[in-house]
Write a protein that binds this ligand. Structure first.
Ligand SMILES: Cc1cc2nc3c(=O)[nH]c(=O)nc-3n(C[C@H](O)[C@H](O)[C@H](O)COP(=O)(O)OP(=O)(O)OC[C@H]3O[C@@H](n4cnc5c(N)ncnc54)[C@H](O)[C@@H]3O)c2cc1C
Length: 456
């Protein structure tokens, strides 16, 4: 008999699960229905800043697989503009609403894949009818922002609220479009995904780009004139603007899940086991930004909303749903971004996280260059390592540098994943030639410095 898989959410986690299940089981054996409330499937939200900046010219370039491709090439019944509004676990049905007025349908499932992503945080002051206030969570958000940038009167000033990596990427995008940009962050530094001493390098670089960075400043309201946003009100005074971008972070989208009685963990994400099965709920699976996962270094549950995890978790769920066996091992917090040419990478724990997890540690900062000092284009690279005391095990690493910095974090991520000590790392056989590294790679320089710090 044909089994039925229903997927809620047609992006990274949901479509990875659907595609994986389809690869393993044909349409006669497994019927797959995907409900997506937006217009797009398998799109890259990660590419939105580069589309806004103009580096990516066409929205369609951000769509890896359209609903039509999923239907025709993979026999997946994708229903866009359909929002699931209820899950009935007893009857094993979902209720889906046609957002274009077609009414509600009830659809049965044998397996249910919950991949509804995350919801952007929106404090009371941000809930306004004024035009010119944008999130950047979906391609529809991106289209609305692009429309505003290209309409008359052309905006000249922008305020980005929130200095996480999305806020930082958006500030760069708007500078590239020629706007005068202010970034407001309530902490002492933007880019709180790295330690303050490393984030300071990002702040300096952004100021060098012409971004007006206001740190330690709290937004309290928005003012409008003639229905358009005209000021961001802060505890440090008003900032006149023609446009506001909200980058205040996200929380797991679990409204439907909680209404159905699915369990949440301490971070607010859905609790799943390592096969991505919702804990203690047979036939229900979840993945992506809506779940919490295990941090392999701290051993604590964490909510890390990144596309890289959503795709891997979705794939794991799809394999298990279709009768195979796969597990998701957890995360170590690896992430990369850039501000113009300044690259930022991190993996493992920051100092504060290491402290909270109860580790004793040393931390060192080593300055080096991306290439041999004499080779054209050699530029500064700063590497920070955090190592457990006395074992020397690498607990965390951060890199800020002008080029070839971001992907160097992967070397450190592999070392950390495999529980290497900084002493082991000093002997790593890393590639060297003058165009690519100094004879002592910045990673090795930092490892040696950490060994010295541990010996003190
Ligand atoms: C601007 C930006 C830049 C980013 N850059 C990076 C990056 O560089 N690297 C990285 O790893 N990650 C990045 N991310 C994060 C990454 O995009 C997300 O982690 C990833 O998209 C999560 O995938 P998901 O499938 O869990 O959720 P989503 O991609 O959010 O998909 C969930 C889908 O579910 C749909 N949905 C929700 N509720 C319902 C419902 N009730 N019924 C039907 N459909 C529903 C939504 O419309 C949505 O399409 C970025 C995100 C943004 C916004």
């Amino acid at each position: 008999m044909t089994e039925r898989l229903i997927v809620i959410g047609g992006d990274a986690a949901g479509m990875s699960a659907a595609a994986q299940a389809r690869r393993r089981r044909g349409p006669d054996d497994l019927e797959i229905v995907v409900f997506e409330r937006g217009h797009f499937t398998s799109y890259s939200a990660c590419g939105i800043p580069y589309w806004i900046s103009g580096l990516v010219t066409d929205r369609e370039q951000l769509v890896a697989r359209s609903p039509k491709t999923h239907r025709e090439d993979y026999a997946i019944d994708v229903r866009i503009r359909h929002e699931v509004v209820g899950i009935d676990l007893d009857r094993r049905e979902v209720v889906a609403r046609d957002l274009d007025g077609g009414g509600d349908v009830r659809e049965p499932f044998d397996n249910l894949m919950y991949a509804a992503g995350a919801v952007p945080k929106k404090p009371a002051w941000a809930r306004t009818d004024a035009a010119g206030v944008f999130g950047v969570q979906t391609l529809d958000d991106g289209s609305a922002l692009r429309g505003w940038l290209e309409a008359e009167p052309r905006p000249r000033r922008a305020v980005v609220v929130g200095g996480g990596y999305i806020g930082v990427e958006m500030a760069e995008a708007l500078v590239r479009r020629g706007l005068s940009v202010t970034l407001v962050e309530r902490d002492e530094q933007p880019m709180s995904t790295v330690d303050p001493d490393m984030a300071r390098l990002v702040t300096e670089a952004m100021r060098g780009l012409g971004v007006d960075i206001r740190t330690g400043v709290r937004v309290t309201g928005l003012t409008e004139r003639d229905g358009r946003v005209s000021e961001v009100v802060t505890d440090d005074g008003p900032i006149p603007t023609d446009l506001v971008v909200l980058g205040l972070g996200v929380r797991p989208n679990t409204e439907l899940a909680t209404a159905a009685g699915l369990p949440l963990g301490p971070t607010g994400g859905i609790r799943v086991d390592r096969q991505m099965r919702v804990s203690e709920v047979p036939g229900v699976w979840a993945a992506g930004d809506c779940v919490e996962t295990l941090h392999k270094v701290s051993g604590m549950p964490v909510h890390v909303p990144l596309g890289t995890h959503a795709n891997k978790q979705g794939r794991v769920a799809g394999i298990n749903i279709s009768g195979g066996y796969a597990t998701f091992a957890g995360v170590i917090g690896t992430a990369v971004t850039k501000v113009c040419d300044l690259e930022v990478g991190r993996t493992g724990l920051r100092e504060r996280e290491a402290r909270m997890a109860g580790f004793e540690f040393v931390s060192v900062i080593a300055e080096s260059t991306n290439r041999a000092g004499y080779y054209p284009g050699a530029r500064l690279m700063t590497v920070k390592l955090i190592a457990e005391r006395p074992s020397g095990r690498l607990l965390g690493a951060q890199i800020v540098g002008w080029s070839e910095a971001a992907k160097r974090i992967d070397t450190l991520a592999v070392a950390l994943w495999n529980k290497m000590t900084v002493d082991d790392m000093t002997a790593l056989d890393l590639g060297y030639a003058p165009p690519y590294a100094p004879v002592w790679d910045p990673v090795l320089v930092a490892a040696r410095k950490a060994v010295d710090a541990l010996a003190r």
